[in-house]
Design a binder for this molecule. Structure first.
Ligand code: CMC
Length: 428
């Protein structure tokens, strides 16, 4: 393949290098476009064709259904690794040795206390507040309690900031849940593994012992791994864009949480269960919902279907579907919504509309079924996604700062009014 792309504007030719990634992906480097052409830019709403950065963290091939973190296949990581190890891998680039892993866990545990004043902030929210709004606000508030900004050029400083956010974030997630449930705020215990500890913080009751169910630990660990990173998606791009202004880590993460909240992104897992419930309430008429999704005059979309990048299948959905079937079986949960999901997927996958547009179940289609089976309420689903995505956001923020990326500042195609004289109020 030629390593040069030629662009012709008004008979004048310009050459731009074609960069090739380690998986042979080609991208035209147009970073000099404006200066050499005297102001021409590219137009790509939604960044569907734009590589916004160079990254070594996650590779995904939407046509082939491939997802890899730092070169390791998601299928292998989900089967053989755990969330803590995957977090380390994403953030620091390599799987940890046993000693590194133990130290990492200890260093995270050391930071897992949150300033007592955070409780006062949490107190100020109404119980009805959406947990994503609460989590985003509390994460941003961490900046106030940790005002010293991270020196990204110091490995030690960066490592300590990573441990701090990994330790405190799980407390914020658990407290967000407990606030909504009206439960007293609790801490975990350093004798427990990362996921076990999180579950204890979520579910422990002051009036009885809490026994962690290993099946639940295993299922949640897998879900967190599957959500841990997904290259330049909406929330991750948000974290990188916000961080590119040298905004602090916690504030950048808080912006990422807000982006994830949207129903077209992480909020889809909540929307899926609500949709499946609505179909159940409606007597299980799947075809009606398929028809609504196909109707261009109806804003309804089949939630949990389609993906900006995966145009064949979402490898995470394959693993999650199997896990959902197993978890429900192991926990002896009979959730009619799983049958509805199976049937709906079956109809959609054989429907020409969905086939021709390459619309397949995505990660969110089945994840809510597992969350429900392990006792997580629907409004908390996206919060669980955020807990999983945290190491990915951190890794991408760190990479962006270490790459010394310029502040994000896109251009636009202006189609508004040209210069016109001001109209006095009496003449409008
Ligand atoms: N139901 C019905 N039609 C759909 C759907 C859907 N879920 N998704 C896409 N389409 C149609 C869309 O109407 C368009 O049709 P046409 O070509 O006739 O105009 C075509 O498929 C292409 O859609 P698009 O909006 O251009 O595709 P996109 O790549 O911009 O959007 C998406 C990707 C995920 C936002 C979209 O598929 C969607 O809204 N899905 C439902 C929400 C969802 O499940 N989101 C979770 C994504 S995975 C988790 C994550 O990464 O956050």
């Amino acid at each position: 393949m030629s390593k040069i792309a030629t662009l012709e504007i008004d008979g004048k030719k310009y050459e731009f290098p074609i960069l090739i990634g380690s998986e042979n992906e080609a991208t035209i480097d147009i970073s000099t476009l404006r200066s050499v052409t005297g102001g021409v830019t590219t137009f790509d709403p939604g960044f569907k064709n734009t590589s916004s950065c160079e990254s070594k963290i996650t590779f995904l091939d939407g046509e082939k259904g491939i997802l890899r973190y730092r070169g390791y296949a998601i299928e292998e990581l989900a089967e053989k690794s755990d969330f803590l190890e995957v977090s380390y891998l994403l953030i620091f680039g390599e799987l940890p040795t046993t000693a590194q892993k133990q130290q990492f866990h200890k260093d995270i545990q050391k930071t897992a206390l949150v300033d007592e004043d955070v409780k006062k902030i949490l107190d100020g929210f109404p119980k009805s507040a959406h947990p994503m709004g609460v989590l985003s606000a509390l994460t941003s508030a961490l900046t106030a309690f940790n005002p010293k900004s991270v020196n990204v050029d110091s490995e030690g400083d960066m490592y300590r900031a990573v441990c701090k956010i990994l330790g405190k974030f799980q407390v914020l997630v658990a407290w967000t849940y407990r606030k909504e449930e009206g439960l007293p705020l609790a801490y975990g215990h350093n004798s427990l593994g990362f996921v076990e500890n999180f579950l204890k913080m979520m579910y422990e009751s002051p009036i009885e012992d809490y026994k962690v169910n290993p099946l639940v630990v295993e299922a949640l660990d897998k879900l967190l791994i599957l959500h841990a990173d997904h290259e330049q998606n909406c929330s991750t791009s948000t974290v990188r864009v916000v961080g590119s202004a040298h905004t602090g880590l916690f504030a950048s993460l808080s912006a990422g949480i807000s982006a994830l909240w949207g129903p077209l992104h992480g909020g889809a897992n909540q929307a899926v269960i609500e949709m499946l419930e609505a179909i159940k309430e409606d007597g299980g008429d799947y075809q009606k919902y398929i028809d609504k999704a196909k109707d261009k005059n109806d804003p309804f979309r089949l939630m949990g279907f389609g993906h900006r990048v995966y145009k064949n299948f979402d490898p995470r959905a394959v693993i999650i579907k199997e896990t959902a079937e197993r978890v429900l079986n192991d926990l002896k949960v009979n959730d009619p919504v799983l049958d509805i999901a199976r049937n709906l997927a079956e109809i959609a996958l054989n429907d020409e509309y969905f086939k021709s547009r390459n619309l397949y179940p995505n990660v969110d289609f089945y994840s809510g079924i597992i969350y429900r089976a392990i006792g997580i309420p629907v409004p908390m689903f996206t919060v669980m996604f955020a807990l999983g995505r945290l190491p990915g956001w951190i890794a991408q923020w760190k990479e962006m700062r270490l790459n010394k990326e310029a502040i994000s500042r896109p251009r636009q195609l202006y189609t508004g009014e040209t210069l016109r004289p001001f109209v006095e109020e009496s003449k409008r």
